[in-house]
Each structure stands twice: as C-alpha cells, then as structure tokens.
Design a binder for this molecule. Structure first.
Ligand SMILES: [Zn+2]
Length: 463
C-alpha cells in the first residue's frame, strides 16, 4: 500500500457536483483518491503541503501537437496570417523543415521541451495529436510520469494539411493516408493501456477537408469497435468551410459530418469556430464534444464560440494547442473573451471554465475516474499557491485561480498520487540540458528557414 496525503488545502472536488472544502487532507492510496478528511493521522509515504493553496483535479490539456511549438514561438504573433487560413499555413514551410532536417535526438529535444511546458502549465493528462516522433512521446509519458491519450494524425505531415505558396494555400502530398490510419490502429493494439494505463491510444483524423469521406466513415467504425475517441479539427478556418461547401453541395463542415454519421459522443472536435446556430444543434443532439482553445485563436484575432456551446448543452474541454501551454492562462482567456463575446460579465463564471478543463474533458474522454477528486478517482492533482502578491488575499478561491493566477503559481502536480512537477521543475528530466538542446535544434531550423527565404515574413524586430 502506498499513501500520498495532500495536507491542509482548500479542495475543489470537481466532477458533476463540485464542492469547495476548506483546510482538508486529500488521501490517495495506490494511486486512487481514498478520502477527504480534516486531519488524516494514518501512515503516509508522501506528504504534500497544500497550506494556503487550492487543490483541484489535474488539468486535462485536450489537444496539442508536441514538437510543433518551441521553434515557432514569436514568429506569427503580430504578423498577417493568410486570408481564409490559420497560423499553421504561414508556418508550414518552417514546421516541415523541422520534421525533415532535424536529427532524431534534436527533434526529441524539441518535443521534450514542449512536454515540459505542458506539464509546468498544469496538465496531468495531455491529448497528443501526433505529426511525427510518437515513439519519443511514448518514452516521455513513461519517464516523466504524466497521463496521455495519443493519436497518430492522418494525413501525417504538416505539408498535407496546407501551407502557403506564392500567397495561396496549397495542399501538399500526405503520402499513403490509409496506411497512416492503419498505423494508428496498430499502435492501439500494442500500446493502449501501457504504463499502468497512463497511456491510451485514440484515432486522429486531421479534419473534414483533409481526410477522404470513406476514411472518415471507416474511422467511425473502428473508433466504435475499439471503444476509443476520434479527435479532429473542425470548423477551424474559412478555407475548410469553402472546401467542404464546394465538395458537398454547400453544406457546413458539421452538417457534412452529421450526414455521413461521423458525429457522436466519441468525437472530440478542436476549434469549432466558424459555425451557425444549426451546427450547434447538431453537435448537441449527437453529444459531440468541443475543444476550446482561446489563446491560440486570439492570436488569429478570433474568438471561438464558447458560451454558445455550453448554453445548448454541448460538452466543452479546453486545450492550449500550440504556442503557450499555461493552461491557467487559457482558462482566463476562455472566460474573458467569452464575457466580451456575450457582452455579459456573468457568462461564463470562473467555475464554468475550470469545469471544462477537468470534468468536461474527462467526460469527453469517457473517463469518470478523471476530472474529479471524489473517492475512487485517480489521484491526479494540481496544487496552486494562493498566497502570492497577485492572487491573495483569497475572497473566492476559484476567482483567485482563474483571474489572478498563472502556471508559475503551481506548487506541485501529482499523477496517480506521484509527483510529476514540483515548484517549477518537471521531475524525471534535466530541464537545463533539454532547454540547451531544444535551443540548438530551433536555431538549426531557423538557419535553414533563413537560407530558404521563408523566415523573411516573420522578422519585424519590433518595428
Ligand atoms: Zn491542432
């Protein structure tokens, strides 16, 4: 028996009926929450001091692309992105250079540095939609001790999802997309449930415009047969909307997916930005899950619907996607931008966004053992210091968290009752060494991009 006790914290239990409990001990036995009680006196193997801190269920970062972030930070911010497109169209050539020219250990360093940011950002569980280097990711899950749901994205190259050429969005060759889909199913057979069930494998079709109809239908069949989710990008940009309308008699992306039987409670759809009211009705009726990434979208001068989904009963999760992995920052953006969009300070409230990053994501993943701290749940926990100059004194702990805290206030995170992050350090790695190697890898990509003339668009140097 192994016992971890998170002592003397303010506990927000999460789940379907969250409670706030002051000055309580959270007792985790063999990786599972055993009890919440005022003063646990039994034997413990690990004590975590949560005095003056808020204790919440581990955050679930519901959509990332590991290895796609560190070397593009600071490039597209402030710069025009293609009309009808997204930031990744502008960066396609640079991302491709990274995948094609970095040695295995160089790309692994970028990926690990990315994972470090996700874990310092408060995620105990990460949904990774992978464009390459999945074996590196699997090793990171094993070594760093976090939880992940991994999908191999098809088409499996960033050029195949579109990039800019002479000012126009073009679609590169994605190789054998059927074989890529089969590789994901093969990975499920060998790796689903590994590392004490910390690793699970789902299906990851890129989007309605980049995956052929027959393969989307086959994805649905296999996802149901395997009992796994299908995670895709949906209603992400106007180029997708125009492409689907041209191919399918003027239909919206969501209407098209509905008509081919793709939607359902096993689907997690990222972005869902360019939609109408009827689209939301289809999502609600089919119990399709939406993933909201507010910070990423704000960089494109966009606010995705958030409250509109919740108001119609659509389940919503939260993701950082790429660029920044501070999940608390993403929760604040989600709350603030939705208030502006609704023109109402009360929609949403702090608990709405916190619930999306915990219970909402767990529901989307069909994981009743995640997203809450009730007895029987996994011992995945974030302990956030609420005694800083920014977030104290604490009148309302959830508001102190969402409106006044950042990932830098995270005292520690636990997965299955074991420490993954402690005071700004990801345990199980040498962060300085990884940073140096990731920095070298990024500079190598930048040198190649400069040689090819694809960096020119991003070098404003503050002017
Ligand atoms: Zn994505």
């Amino acid at each position: 028996m192994s016992t971890t006790v998170v002592r003397d914290g303010t506990i927000w239990t999460g789940g379907a009926n969250p409670r706030v409990l002051e000055r309580q001990d959270l007792v985790i036995q063999n990786g599972v929450v055993a009890s919440i009680e005022p003063n646990f006196r039994g034997r413990s193997d690990l004590d975590v001091d949560a005095g003056g801190a808020l204790v919440v269920p581990g955050f679930i970062n519901a959509h990332v692309h590991a290895g796609c972030t560190p070397h593009i930070r600071g490039m597209t911010e402030d710069e025009p992105i293609p009309k009808e497109g997204a930031y990744y169209h502008a960066l396609g050539a640079i991302l491709t250079l990274g995948y094609q020219h970095l040695a295995h250990d160089e790309f692994a360093a970028l990926m690990e540095w990315d994972a470090i940011a996700m874990l310092l950002g408060g995620a105990t569980m990460v949904c990774e939609e992978n464009f390459g280097g999945h074996e590196v990711w699997i090793e990171l899950v094993e070594r760093l001790g976090f939880r992940s749901d991994l999908g191999l994205t098809y088409p499996g190259s960033v050029s195949a999802i579109g990039y800019l050429k002479d000012g126009k969005i073009v679609m590169g060759s994605g190789g054998d997309i059927g074989a890529q889909f089969q590789a994901g199913i093969a990975l499920h057979k060998t790796h689903h449930g590994k590392f004490g069930d910390r690793l699970r494998i789902h299906l990851s079709p890129h989007g309605p415009d980049t995956v052929p109809t027959e393969l989307l239908i086959e994805t649905t069949r296999q996802a149901k047969a395997l009992g796994v989710n299908a995670n895709l990008h949906l209603a992400q940009h106007l180029n997708e909307r125009r492409t689907i309308a041209e191919r399918h008699g003027g239909k919206s992306s969501i209407q098209y997916l509905h008509d081919i039987g793709f939607l359902g409670p096993h689907v997690m759809a990222m972005h869902v930005t360019f939609i109408d009211d009827h689209d939301i009705d289809l999502l609600a009726a089919s119990r399709t899950n939406v993933i909201h990434g507010s910070y990423r979208k704000a960089k494109e001068a966009l606010i995705s619907p958030f409250w509109e989904h919740l108001a119609k009963g659509v389940n919503v999760a939260i993701a950082t996607d790429s660029f920044s992995h501070d999940l608390i920052q993403d929760l604040r953006f989600a709350a603030m931008l939705a208030k502006i969009r609704q023109n109402d300070v009360g929609t949403p409230r702090a608990h709405h966004v916190l619930r999306c990053a915990t219970h909402g994501a767990a529901k989307a993943l069909n994981r009743p053992d995640l997203g809450n701290l009730e007895p029987g749940a996994r011992g995945d926990v974030v302990v956030i210091d609420l005694q800083t100059a920014f977030n104290s004194p604490v009148f309302d702990p959830l508001r102190s968290l969402i409106y006044y805290s950042s990932a830098r206030d995270i005292r520690c995170t636990l997965v299955d009752g074991r420490k993954v992050v402690e005071r700004g350090q990801v345990l199980g790695t040498d962060m300085d060494a990884v940073r140096r190697r990731a920095d070298e890898a990024a500079r190598k990509v930048w040198a190649l991009a400069r040689r090819d003339g694809v960096l020119d668009a991003f070098t404003s140097h503050g002017h």
